[in-house]
Design a protein around this ligand. Structure first.
Ligand code: SAM
Length: 374
């Protein structure tokens, strides 16, 4: 046994998880990678990290304990409770110096070990990436126009957007975001949030048409209330602190959200969705949307969700059409069997099923490349 409560072998398993998490972020966030590598070494020695992670030693790999630790540390910095460490964090004006990162982290980890332990145990890794509004916006234009064509209408449908796994709801206002292309800005060019979607190709739609959203609702197992400081800090803490572009995007999205609040209900998807879909709206396209959620949903909830959607799809009519639009990682066939993030669209009763393209997990860049979705 170490001087901490967990046997060294348990901390060694946890250390492996920290190293695995470092492997996934080292290239894109050297700061987070180094923090996790140093923390893994500290766990093996039974240092302060073992005290902070006490009670989380047997957490499943999928809960990514290392990223919960890194998020809790980032939050300390954002709250101004880790002055000696802040100089390494660009999100508070610092600049990382990796060789001295750990020695500067140690005093804050020691001083706030109890608080960090509570937070690591109480939180789930939760991001809400506003960049995904760009493929969503293009996908909604296609959906609204294709549904109209199929119904013999010349004007695209208005949209009711229902999001499963909405987190803080930052992607529930795609019509209030600006999307800067080479030759113009789509959406709301005066928005507090203007994205550079970095599109290759274009959505197969008339981009001159304005997206009209007449209803929005979202649910999440762990909804984040971005109208509170706690909610904003929670989402902010999981942005890797040396990814300033994502940081600025999140800041802008939070500012936009403050001007246009949308509540996110606490619910696992299926029941919530069934209630929403039971209310049919004439002359409106109802779009069920989720991004980077499916992998977290239990098999039972997946099956229920599919059944709820199939039931609603069977009842959809040309005047009350239904769409499923998703941006999720899918395994790509081939020798490397990699995953890539694809935008998929189904429309009922039109019977349209399209793979609209693929992009980076954060939604930008994105390549529009339309094929049938089998
Ligand atoms: C990686 S985040 C993505 C958040 C958001 N969709 C986005 O693209 O920014 C995954 C979200 O799914 C939520 N989640 C996981 N399982 C869920 C379920 N069964 N029902 C609803 N939300 C779920 C999590 O709480 C988390 O907020």
């Amino acid at each position: 046994m170490t001087r901490d409560s967990a046997p060294i072998s348990v901390n060694a398993v946890l250390a492996e998880l920290f190293t695995a998490a470092a492997d996934t972020c080292r290239d894109r966030s050297p700061l987070t990678g180094r923090l996790l590598d140093d923390a893994a070494d500290d766990l093996r020695r039974g240092g302060v990290t073992a005290r902070i992670m006490a009670g989380s030693e047997r957490d499943r790999e999928g809960t990514v304990p290392g990223l919960r630790f890194a998020g809790a540390v980032h939050r300390l910095v954002l709250e101004g409770r880790a002055q000696g460490l802040a100089k390494h964090y660009p999100t508070v004006g610092g600049s990382p110096h990796l060789p001295t990162l750990w020695q500067d982290a140690l005093p804050a980890l020691e001083e706030h070990a109890d608080l960090l332990r509570q937070r690591v145990q109480a939180t789930v890794v939760q991001t809400n990436e506003p960049g995904r509004s760009a493929p969503l916006y293009g996908g909604l234009l296609v959906a609204a126009q294709e549904a109209a064509k199929a119904a013999g209408r010349s004007v695209p449908f208005c949209v009711r957007l229902l999001e499963i796994g909405a987190s803080g709801g930052l992607n529930l206002r795609p019509h209030h975001v600006g999307y800067r292309l080479e030759d113009r800005v789509l959406g709301d060019e005066d928005s507090l949030l203007v994205l550079d979607p970095e599109w290759t190709g274009r959505p197969p739609a008339d981009l001159g048409h304005r997206l009209r959203v007449v209803g929005r609702a979202g649910c999440d197992l762990n909804p984040v209330d971005v109208s509170t400081e706690d909610g904003r800090l929670h989402l902010s803490s999981f942005v890797w602190a040396d990814q300033l572009e994502r940081w600025r995007r999140l800041r802008d999205a939070l500012d936009l959200a403050a001007t246009d609040p949308v509540r996110v209900d606490r619910s696992a998807g299926p029941e919530w969705l069934a209630q929403r879909l039971a209310r049919v709206e004439r002359d409106v396209l109802t779009v069920v949307w989720h991004s980077v959620v499916w992998q977290y949903v239990s098999p039972a909830d997946r099956a229920m969700g599919r059944a709820v959607l199939a039931d609603a799809a069977a009842k959809a009519t040309p005047t009350t059409p239904l769409a499923l639009l998703v941006f999720e990682p899918r395994r790509v066939d081939g020798p490397d069997a990699e995953y890539r993030f694809e935008l998929l669209l189904k429309l009922w009763p039109a019977g349209i099923s399209l793979n609209l393209g693929h992009g980076e997990g954060h939604g930008t860049p994105f390549t529009w490349d339309v094929t049938r979705w089998e």
